[in-house]
Design a protein around this ligand. Structure first.
Ligand code: GTP
Ligand code: MG
Length: 288
């Protein structure tokens, strides 16, 4: 279960985080960018490309177990079509160390070749794990290190010596993940982040959020709401809300208890009651 992650970035934080990222980036050969498989577009940081410049990058789509498997295949394909190397993972249950090492070697082929040509024995590749809050950065580092290596608290500005985790003789990970900020300006992106509980509830309109989610489910997952809530076929969002409220007895003096309904639907979405759902499609990107 993902816990709501209170992220609030201020310009000062952003500058500091960006500077820290730039410093750490100088020390690595490649970047492992984690995005959430349920929102591979909205969970990316638009500035990362600029920050990492020409460094090789591996995109990990995390929480594969919570995403629609068919959609994960489509997303992986779409990202690969744009010349990215992509790996969709359940960061908790999959074993992926070997794959990660081999993908990293492939991504850094040019660097390894260059070192060989110069007669230098290739040293272990160094990678940094990056991503917006809650995508699974610490989980990945800790799972790979098989210990509690990464600090879970985000304390910007705390200087400490860089720690490397040796995964293999060929690959080392920086144990401090690069925490980035999501793109907030776009309301669609905000909605999708909120659906996963990545934005504080106070900054979103909960009625709109539920409307947005139900609309998506009706369009993309025909019959799902009827199945999950054991209701008769629904026509639209309002009809669905009414039928769910009646079924669950969310009534107050004969009227639908809207507040209770909204609260319970958001809870269901975040607790994966609806099953594995992906909240955006690859071709949404232009409009997102
Ligand atoms: N089901 C599932 N849960 C995951 C996966 N990866 C991470 N999680 C869970 O997602 C939550 C957030 O994971 P973290 O590793 O703390 O995320 P983070 O990116 O380090 O977050 P910040 O430190 O806030 O930036 C935790 O509850 C993890 O257990 C995954 O692949 N599948
Ligand atoms: Mg963390």
């Amino acid at each position: 279960m993902t816990s709501p992650n209170p992220i609030q970035w201020f310009p000062g934080h952003m500058t500091k985080a960006k500077r820290q990222m730039e410093e750490n980036l100088k020390k690595v050969d490649l970047v492992i960018e984690i995005r959430d498989a349920r929102i591979p577009y909205s969970s990316k940081n638009p500035m990362l490309e600029k920050l990492i410049q020409n460094k090789p990058r591996l995109i990990i789509l995390s929480k594969r177990d919570k995403a629609d498997p068919q959609m994960t295949i489509r997303w992986t394909q779409a990202l690969e079509d744009e010349q990215n190397k992509v790996l969709a993972l359940d960061l908790i249950r999959d074993s992926y160390k070997k794959t990660l090492v081999s993908f990293s070697n492939e991504l850094c082929k040019a660097l390894i070749e260059k070192q060989k040509r110069r007669g230098i024995r290739p040293r272990a590749l160094r990678a940094m794990v990056c991503g917006i809050p809650n995508v699974g950065k610490s989980t990945m580092i800790n799972t790979l290190a098989k210990r509690k290596a990464a600090q879970t608290a985000d304390r910007p500005g705390v200087t400490r010596s860089l720690q490397w985790i040796k995964l293999d003789k060929g690959l080392e990970l920086l144990d401090t993940p690069g925490v980035l900020w999501p793109k907030f300006e776009d309301p669609q992106i905000g909605m999708r982040l909120a659906l996963l509980g990545s934005i504080r509830d106070e900054v979103i309109n909960r009625d709109e959020l539920v409307h947005y989610a139900l609309d998506w489910l009706l369009k993309k997952h025909e019959g799902l709401l009827e199945r999950v809530y054991q209701i008769e076929p629904v026509d639209d969002v309002w009809d669905a809300m009414k039928k769910i409220a009646l079924k669950r007895g969310y009534l107050q003096k004969g009227e639908i208890d809207q507040e209770r309904l909204i609260r319970s639907l958001i809870k269901d979405i975040r607790n994966d009651v609806l099953g594995p759902i992906t909240w955006e499609e690859p071709y949404d990107r232009e409009t997102a």
